[in-house]
Ligand binder design. Structure first.
Ligand SMILES: Cc1cc2nc3c(=O)[nH]c(=O)nc-3n(C[C@H](O)[C@H](O)[C@H](O)COP(=O)(O)OP(=O)(O)OC[C@H]3O[C@@H](n4cnc5c(N)ncnc54)[C@H](O)[C@@H]3O)c2cc1C
Length: 391
């Protein structure tokens, strides 16, 4: 079987499928180790999904946050325990690929997939830019936002996405203490998103993101504003890069025949936080048992994977989407809650640590909150639609 794309979704799917005994070819167009636009924040809930420690690629352990709305008063909160690990994608993705190789995966980098098609016998033919053709009974698209596999096999591309822009500030004398072990989160500058400063080993990562249609010419000025708010000279930023964060329509197909899409290729980014590595790994894990069943002749399609996504991921992504709509009507009161109300901050930390999901947390405020979530989100969405009709 073939997995296209060796980000966290692809390497996880490949590793788990190979561990089940199947022969797996993992192709990526980039030469590894490769970087990609990403904050590299791995929440504790995400790290807990992996059967090995990420310690070798963790550059900082985040235990708190500096929270602020625009240029308002900043409040620093401490969780007293780890909530997120900071990694660089160049190292993280290489590390995950190596774990897949240890499980027997045949990894080939520098192999851009150009064409995928289903043959009359039900097998998939995958052609690369270097002219190679590979044939397999199963193909998994893990090739990120707007991936070739999804396009070739007729999967719907995510109708909504956020755009984010990030850069790195080198810190040759060490990361300033004010940034160590904390994430800086700044809200209210960009519709649908936030600004951040994440600490790494020898630099800090600074970024901004928000709804794509609202972002056209605003990303760079917003990044500069965030820099200035935290005493960073924007001209000192290196490796500026932007990318999409795709968000799928609820219920959109994620598997058909012997093919499936995982991670960003399936549009599974968390709408409120922009966290995508969690769903990449969840979906990579979820597809593996279904591939095994399909190859063993116990299932005639990979639709069991689609069902798993619908049950395991979608309800949480939907709750996150609803919260995102409501939050961005007026971020101020929500951020105030996180800054000053211990219960709200604790619930946020429980989410990042995987001790509770969005729905648990919403319900923990009042039993009425869950039933009110959807109607409140549609009202908020209508309001946003007036401001950003193209969304
Ligand atoms: C600026 C920014 C900051 C972010 N910060 C965070 C964060 O801090 N934490 C978090 O959890 N999420 C973050 N995200 C989201 C996260 O980066 C993605 O959701 C995550 O990378 C998805 O993983 P994936 O494996 O599905 O896809 P990707 O990581 O995008 O991997 C796809 C792979 O497919 C390969 N590929 C693409 N096309 C082809 C082809 N034709 N042939 C072969 N290979 C191909 C690519 O080279 C790539 O290696 C951020 C996103 C952005 C844009």
């Amino acid at each position: 079987m073939i997995v296209v794309g060796a980000g966290p979704a692809g390497s996880t799917a490949a590793r788990e499928i190979a561990q089940g005994g199947a022969r797996v070819l993992l192709l990526d167009r980039a030469r590894f180790p490769r970087d990609k636009p990403c904050g590299g924040g791995i929440t504790i809930r995400t790290a807990a999904l992996l059967p090995f420690s990420l310690d070798p690629v963790v550059e900082d352990v985040v235990t708190g946050a500096r929270l602020r709305v625009r240029g308002g008063r900043e409040v620093t909160r401490d969780a007293g325990r780890p909530i997120t690990y900071m990694t660089q994608r160049r190292h993280l993705d290489q590390f995950l690929v190596e774990r897949a190789q240890e499980a027997g995966v045949d990894f080939r980098d520098g192999q851009a997939v150009r064409r995928v098609h289903r043959r009359p016998d039900g097998c998939y033919e995958v052609r690369t830019g270097s002219g190679d053709a590979h044939v397999a009974r199963v193909v998994i698209g893990a090739d990120g936002a707007n991936g070739v596999v999804a396009t070739a096999l007729g999967y719907e591309h995510a109708p909504e996405s956020a755009l984010a822009l990030e850069g790195n500030l080198p810190c040759p004398n060490g990361v300033p203490e004010a940034f160590q072990h904390r994430v800086v989160l700044n809200f209210g500058h960009l519709p649908g998103g936030y600004g951040w400063v994440f600490p790494k080993g020898d630099h800090v990562n600074v970024g901004v993101g928000g709804w794509k249609p609202a972002m056209a010419k605003r990303l760079r000025p917003a990044l500069h504003r965030i820099c200035r708010l935290y005493d960073i000279d924007p001209s000192d930023l290196r490796d500026l890069r932007g990318h999409h964060l795709p968000m799928q329509r609820p219920g959109a197909l994620t598997a058909a025949g012997g093919s499936a899409v995982v991670g960003d290729a399936a549009g599974l980014v968390d709408p409120l936080s922009g966290e995508g590595i969690h769903a990449a790994i969840v979906s990579g894990r979820a597809v593996a048992p279904e591939v095994r069943r399909y190859l063993d002749g116990e299932a005639s399609t990979l639709s069991g994977y689609h069902e798993a996504v619908q049950h395991e991921l979608l309800p949480e992504l939907e709750a996150s989407r609803a919260l995102m709509e409501i939050f961005h009507v007026a971020p101020g009161p929500f951020v105030w809650g996180l800054q000053h109300w211990g219960f709200a901050w604790k619930q946020g930390c429980r989410l990042l640590r995987g001790e509770a999901g969005y729905r648990d947390i919403v319900g923990s405020f009042t039993p009425l909150a869950m039933p009110l979530l959807k109607p409140a989100a549609s009202l908020a969405r209508r309001r946003h639609a007036r401001a950003f009709p193209e969304r």
